[in-house]
Design a protein around this ligand. Sequence first.
Ligand SMILES: NC(=O)c1ccc[n+]([C@@H]2O[C@H](COP(=O)([O-])OP(=O)(O)OC[C@H]3O[C@@H](n4cnc5c(N)ncnc54)[C@H](O)[C@@H]3O)[C@@H](O)[C@H]2O)c1
Length: 440
Amino acid sequence: MKITVIGTGYVGLVTGTCLAEMGNDVLCLDLDVSKIKILHEGGIPIHEPGLLEMVRHNVEAGRLRFTSDIQESVAFGDLQFIAVGTPPDEDGSADLKYVLAAARNIALHMDDYKVVIDKSTVPVGTADKVKAVIAETLQQRGVDAGFAVVSNPEFLKEGAAVEDFMRPDRIIVGADDERAIKLMRELYAPFTRNHDRMIVMDVRSAELSKYAANAMLATRISFMNELANLAEKLGADIEQVRIGIGSDPRIGFHFLYAGCGYGGSCFPKDVQALIRAAEETELPLKVLQAVEDANDAQKNVLLNKIKHRFGADLSGKTFAVWGLAFKPNTDDMRVAPSIVLIEGLLALGAEVVAYDPVAMTEARRVFGERVGLRYATSPLAAAQDSDALAIVTEWKEFRAPNFDALKSALKNPVVFDGRNMYVPEQMRQRGFEYDTIGRR
Ligand SMILES: NC(=O)c1ccc[n+]([C@@H]2O[C@H](COP(=O)([O-])OP(=O)(O)OC[C@H]3O[C@@H](n4cnc5c(N)ncnc54)[C@H](O)[C@@H]3O)[C@@H](O)[C@H]2O)c1
């Protein structure tokens, strides 16, 4: 099939590449010419395990190309995937300006039947807006071309995006146009050969399913975080509680980890957008509002622990921070808890030495030149002569550090672990003062 993917970010580039991997001809469009330049030079603009190799393989095979030419991209694909950003607007609702601009661009240049597929995470009713924009633009042009708008929300996880796309749990297609549904079935059949995992439903339910999934996952995290804080007060151990409840098949073990708050490009904005959408219907989502409030508070939990231990004036003190990306295996720092911690430490007069295996370039972009903030080339170098260590992202390389070397590098053997990576008893035996999220 001939496919255009609009937007070459975390979702668009993975979508385009994986569709090419199955033998389709794919053209990826991005208006950010710096991204297209990187792609033309054989690189990729993001860190995503396995993606670079797959991009190169498909480019060499002639199935994957990149452009910033809108006219070329519209002419190319019978299927036009919209995978552009939907950042929060000022009030937290999803800003649809990129999605609607992409739709308008398609309508400005199309002359024959197109299936326009919303892959971006968009509020209920967006497909209707996309449809209206395309119909209006075609009418203004006096062009009588048929089209269908399909909702196909994406469920991939950054850090495991290629694997998730190639082996999806489910593919949700919201559509009411039989011709479009048939094309979507054909497109996705190679991804679901083992058994059919495509769920076809009405457009609005498909749009809501994506928000519902992220809201449910965020709820589990905030629930565990609040419980962890309570466990600390009550002298219980959240890790024991996690095992105790996760073994109930109705609950399960996934996504039950307490930590220093969720971040990233999806949960915070999608939770907010769903809350705002519900408010517009005058049916507030009270549970979800609490989820968001709990998460905002949780992002300060490490800073509060540090203040409790070292006092509210941190001038003259230096803190090592391990982990800047919002989660492991990505360089994405959007709404990362590390930002809240580092800003908090700097505001209290502390110096920060940060380390992350892949997100350091992104961190320099996010923070710019900041007095008091330095970057180290290794975890141990960050710890060297620091007053304490704070762990924010659970990268594998932090799982089993050389604890003796870490202890001698730090001025005080104090570790604040926002991801509960080590066994508290063992840390105490190694001579560390070890503060966790809800562990005894
Ligand atoms: N990142 C994730 O893990 C993830 C997972 C599932 C769903 N989503 C959703 O997918 C969408 C995209 O997310 P992302 O993380 O890939 O965003 P991103 O910011 O990484 O990428 C979006 C890209 O779209 C480009 N763009 C914007 N307007 C354009 C236009 N009119 N024409 C061509 N290109 C344009 C931007 O330059 C950018 O490169 C969002 O709605 C997001 O919520 C993201």
